[in-house]
Design a protein around this ligand. Structure first.
Ligand SMILES: Cc1cc2nc3c(=O)[nH]c(=O)nc-3n(C[C@H](O)[C@H](O)[C@H](O)COP(=O)(O)O)c2cc1C
Length: 392
């Protein structure tokens, strides 16, 4: 196996390179790609470059405290692992690897509705906090069954993703034949097989894992677990509205976090609805292309609701310094998406762990160079950006 140590793997871009080598194009592009012209994806990372640091030197920081509290949990790290659908397609251990590594490093994991492993198996991987990300795909009955299972298994918060009324237009997936590859017609897959055969390590693991399976946590009454190929249609027929959110509140009595908030209006609405948190997020640029990189809207949303609810942030984080920038602009904690998923896709458990270690080391170094002893001390005084950086 390829070494994950330096100098082979120095940063997340190296994990991305290894993931690209291991995965067939269809799977790598599913992970790496975004919607339409990928304008939002590009702006997500560009926005970080526009936030510059203002260090305070000659400050002693012998130890740096990275701890934060999120939804009542004390975490050792200021980032948690975001829900990534189809993780099991990238690596047989997928969601299990993420859950285990998060727990081992003292942080939380958010399990996607689109998981290939069961709610229970993922929870059993570690004692760290687990949150469940909810789509209504499969309808209210399927969602209610999943919510009850999550509750029984010990998940402590529900992240309701509100930015997916329809699957985004991911053109890389269309070109790579993702739909045909997920389907049951073997002839439709033929065109895409040569590229898959060029990735024997991935293919052997995929075959040994039983190939594409239905989603074990979307159990539609009367018809069983939802097939992967039916997901797009299921999402479209089960769009979340504010009425559903009232219903979710009746079924789940724990904290609810709205994921996919991009305006102060939706943030205020989430607070009115009683959300204990929101995630400022563009869904990795995979939904509405042309919205701003999420970092640009973060300051305005923090000003609007930061005193009333926990404002979490994700999108475009590729370095620990990006986590520090987002915290300086008011995030309570960040979610890593591709930042850990590249590692998972490259090397399962070891890859997620390597990604977490890289982010942790980056954050500690950045704090020391900034002259901050704790991540909680980082604030707007530590950064500078042009006035037109913000989108309100
Ligand atoms: C391959 C992939 C699958 C994703 N699946 C889900 C999902 O099932 N549910 C969800 O709420 N968000 C999903 N997201 C969005 C992530 O939770 C997170 O918001 C995003 O990845 C953060 O951006 P980043 O990848 O630039 O860090 C997915 C993102 C990617 C890249």
């Amino acid at each position: 196996m390829t070494s994950l140590a330096a100098p082979n793997v120095v940063n997340v871009h190296d994990l991305r390179r290894l993931a690209r080598a291991r995965l067939p194009d269809a799977v790598f592009d599913y992970l790496d790609g975004a919607a339409d012209d990928e304008v939002t994806l590009q702006d997500s990372t560009r926005a970080f470059r526009e936030v510059l640091f203002k260090p305070r030197f000659a400050v002693a920081t012998p130890a740096c405290d990275l701890g934060v509290t999120v939804l009542g949990h004390t975490l050792d790290l200021p980032f948690i692992l975001a829900p990534i659908g189809y993780s099991r397609l990238m690596h047989p251990r997928g969601e299990l690897a993420a859950s285990k590594a998060a727990g081992k490093h003292g942080t939380a994991y958010i399990l996607s509705t689109m998981s290939g492993h069961t709610i229970e198996d993922v929870k059993a991987q570690s004692n760290g906090p687990k949150f469940y990300q909810l789509y209504l795909a499969g309808g209210r009955d399927a969602a209610e069954a999943a919510i009850r299972r999550a509750k029984a298994a010990g998940y402590t918060a529900l992240f309701v993703t509100i930015d997916t009324p329809v699957a985004g237009n991911r053109e890389r997936d269309v070109r790579n034949g993702m739909k045909a590859l997920m389907g049951t017609n073997p002839f439709a897959k033929l065109k895409y097989l040569p590229n898959i055969l060029m990735h024997p390590r991935w293919l052997a693991a995929f075959l040994a894992d039983g190939m594409t399976r239905p989603f074990p946590n979307i159990v539609v009454p009367g018809s069983g677990p939802l097939a992967a190929v039916d997901v797009a249609a299921a999402l479209e027929s089960a769009q979340v509205s504010w009425t559903d959110l009232k219903w979710i509140r009746d079924v789940w009595d724990g904290p609810i976090v709205m994921k996919g908030v991009m305006t102060a209006d939706d943030a205020r609405r989430s607070v009115d609805y009683g959300a204990q948190g929101i995630v400022v997020s563009t869904h990795a640029g995979r939904q509405l292309d042309g919205v701003a990189g999420s970092l640009r809207v973060l300051p305005g949303i923090v000003e609007a609701v930061g005193h009333q609810t926990e404002v979490l942030f994700d999108g475009g984080i590729r370095r620990g310094a990006d986590v520090v920038r987002a915290m300086a602009l008011g995030a309570r904690a960040c979610l890593l998406g591709r930042g850990y998923a590249y590692g998972m896709a490259a090397a399962g458990d070891a890859g997620v762990e390597r990604a977490i270690e890289i982010f942790r080391a980056d954050i500690v170094r950045t704090l020391k160079l900034l002259g901050a002893a704790s991540i909680r001390d980082v604030n707007a005084e530590h950064v500078w950006h042009k006035p037109d950086f913000r989108v309100d």
